[in-house]
Design a protein around this ligand. Structure first.
Ligand SMILES: [Zn+2]
Length: 357
């Protein structure tokens, strides 16, 4: 028989691999590990994880806030009152990470301020991380499980743009009264999500920035480029809010914001249902306006998208750039927008995107 010469020629090689595989074993000693020490080390690593998540979440929100406030005229009717702080208690974290959160942040059953965005209403009101929250206005806040989402609802009901809201807090054992006056901001929640993909999404209600994206960006201006682009998708109503409202309960609460919850499974579908190239081009155009209004330089933005285009094809080209305009088009268009923005600035014109002719 002379039918499969290739297979027959390779047989000895295949057998050799199988045999080697079967005998493979280590030849040096295995270092003995004390299980108690390993358990302690696992807790240390979890604590590092929750701290890193909160730190990264804070960075994303700090970069986003000036764009949400100053971009409000572009968001037009898609605006709401904004406060600029995140709170939670130990139940805000999943069970596995509660002990870590308790030792990292000292959280318990009461609601505690976890982060305060710089130059936001919360920071102007004098709220500080670690403050225990007792009341929003006349409403006494709950404790324990679900206290975070219930209190977020109370806060959203009480906040009116430009109207002071009394916040009663406990700081170092003493009751303190603070007054928070909400800003008018673009109606977009900013969520930092766990995930290695270099990715970002907008769903009409919120924008999601992955930890992979945070590792990819090389500066605040680059991160602002991504966030500005995603805010622009929501500002221009590219995705119908109603379509994604089903996610509100599980994802858009303070828990997600504080923990950087893994939303990858929920958003796999969203990434697949890409925006049209027209919407992408509009998000690029409007996104640079949102950035400039937020006080960021947009000069690095064309190079950022160029870098996205040439970076790791596996994670970037299929999942992200694949849904976005060709990088050559995009680079040239963004350069033109920068010229337009500089011209408007030097003529003292308002930074608002030009309508379709
Ligand atoms: Zn986009």
């Amino acid at each position: 028989m002379y039918i499969y010469p290739n297979v027959i020629a390779r047989l000895p090689v295949i057998l050799a691999v199988v045999v080697l595989g079967a005998c493979a074993t280590t030849s040096t000693k295995r270092v003995q590990v004390d299980p108690a020490l390993a358990a302690r080390e696992a807790e240390v690593q979890k604590e590092m994880y929750v701290k890193t998540q909160l730190r990264d979440q804070k960075r994303v929100q700090a970069i986003a806030y000036p764009m949400l406030v100053n971009g409000a005229p572009i968001c037009d009717k898609r605006t709401r009152p904004g406060s600029g702080f995140v709170f939670g208690n130990k139940h805000t974290w999943p069970k596995d990470f509660q002990d870590a959160a308790v030792s990292a942040f000292g959280v318990g059953e009461e609601l505690q301020v976890l982060s305060v965005t710089p130059e936001s209403p919360a920071s102007r009101a004098g709220l500080k991380e670690g403050d225990l929250l007792l009341q929003f206005g006349d409403k006494v806040l709950p404790q324990g499980q679900k206290a975070d989402s219930k209190s977020l609802n109370i806060l959203q009901e009480k906040m009116k743009v430009g109207e002071p809201l009394a916040i009663t807090a406990n700081r170092d054992g003493e009751t303190t009264q603070l007054s928070l006056t909400p800003d008018l901001v673009c109606d977009t929640l900013v969520v930092y999500t766990a995930g290695d993909e270099v990715n970002a999404y907008a769903d009409g209600n919120a924008i999601y920035i992955t930890s992979g994206m945070l590792r990819f960006v090389e500066s605040d201006n680059e991160l602002a480029t991504v966030i500005g682009h995603e805010i622009a998708h929501n500002a221009m109503g590219h995705r119908d809010k109603k379509m994604t409202n089903f996610l509100l309960g599980s994802i858009l609460d303070v828990a997600a914001a504080a923990y950087g919850v893994n939303t990858q499974s929920a958003f796999g579908n969203m990434a697949a249902s890409a925006f049209s190239k027209d919407f992408e081009a509009e998000a690029d155009y409007v996104g640079l306006y949102v950035m400039r209004r937020g006080g960021y330089s947009t000069l690095e933005s064309p190079d950022f998208w160029r870098r996205m285009g040439v970076a790791s094809p596996g994670s970037v080209s299929t999942k992200y750039s694949g849904t976005h305009p060709g990088t050559a088009d995009r680079y040239i268009a963004l350069d033109q927008v920068n010229i337009e923005l500089s011209a408007k600035e030097s003529q003292g014109q308002q930074l608002l995107p030009d309508p379709k002719k």
